[in-house]
Design a protein around this ligand. Structure first.
Ligand code: ADP
Ligand code: ZN
Length: 287
């Protein structure tokens, strides 16, 4: 039995199942402080005989196995979670192998194994939600260097008619600062879901996302790009990206038909938790 955790800023999704994405049981636990949230996580998994645990976590996290702080959530502003030893807490409770990666890397792994990029040895999974992040599966491996990439904070050119200052606490008008859900809400004054009929909102959203996607394509050359997260529920975001990306690339890179190259998650909202199950299985294998 494999255990999986998709650890998000608002909730933790916990599931037990197998590496084929079959889930036997699941639960959702609100993200409060570690003592409370992790207490409930551990209590849930105690009901099962767990062989390995896979975690896809919000970040930044330390995924460098050589590092003394491997398995920690590092510099989050979330109360109580800064410098939290996530992997150690699970190992202390269960004494089984633990796979640990970012939420978006887990989703990329899920999509590459069983979703929209099934059978491919590379893909990029981008989430546009409360934040923007991307996970990359490259030559059959999750991309990792010093630690994990932080593609959501890529710089983009401002639209000349966009006066919005951006809201990233670190960079103001990076991609996340200009185009994540909270930026849309602050710029236009209402939540994204209520802006469905405002074409200019989604045109601008695609204007920024296309620029970042261009950089990702130029640097990583992914075989498939998967766009998930709440904001991507707006179909018009895809339409706008399909419009701006060719204008930006100017034919320099030859791409497949965009509607089959930049796609929704094949696993829907299950990409992250499925990827976490596969992380669990991989940790068991590498043991
Ligand atoms: P999280 O990133 O916290 O895991 P989501 O991916 O659902 O969660 O992203 C939440 C953000 O996406 C919020 O800013 C919300 O306003 C926005 N959002 C959610 N659903 C939609 C929608 N259908 N259309 C536009 N924006 C949405
Ligand atoms: Zn930023």
């Amino acid at each position: 039995m494999l255990a999986a955790i998709e650890a998000g800023g608002t909730k933790f999704v916990c599931a037990v199942g197998d590496e084929n994405g079959n889930i036997v049981e699941r639960t959702q636990i609100p993200t409060t402080v570690p003592e409370e949230t992790m207490g409930k996580v551990i209590e849930f998994f105690r009901n099962f005989s767990v062989d390995a645990i896979g975690i896809g976590s919000f970040g930044p996290i330390d995924i460098n196995q050589e590092s003394p702080t491997y398995g920690f959530i590092t510099s989050t502003p979330k109360i109580g979670w800064k410098d939290y030893p996530f992997v150690q807490a699970m190992k202390d409770a269960f004494a089984v192998p633990v796979g640990f990666n970012t939420d978006v890397n887990a989703a990329a792994l899920g999509e590459a194994s069983l979703g929209a990029a099934k059978g491919l040895d590379s893909c990029l999974y981008i989430t546009v939600g409360t934040g923007i992040g991307a996970g990359a599966f490259v030559q059959g491996q999750l991309l990792q260097g010093l630690s994990h990439p932080e593609m959501g904070h890529t710089l983009v050119r401002r639209h000349p008619d966009d006066p919005y200052q951006g809201r990233c606490p670190y960079h103001h008008d990076c991609l996340e600062g200009l185009a994540a859900g909270p930026a849309i809400e602050e710029r236009w004054g209402v939540k994204g879901v209520e802006l469905a009929a405002r074409a200019e909102v989604w045109d601008l959203e695609g204007y920024y996302l296309a620029q970042a996607i261009m950089q990702y394509i130029l640097i990583l050359s992914p075989k498939k790009i998967i766009l998930g997260g709440g904001v991507s529920h707006q179909e018009q975001v895809f339409t706008s990206i399909y419009k701006y990306l060719p204008e930006l690339l100017q034919g320099y890179v030859s791409l497949p038909e965009l509607s089959s190259y930049i796609v929704r998650p094949g696993l829907g909202d299950e990409a992250g938790i499925t990827g976490a199950l596969i992380l669990a299985q991989r940790s068991l294998k590498s043991k």
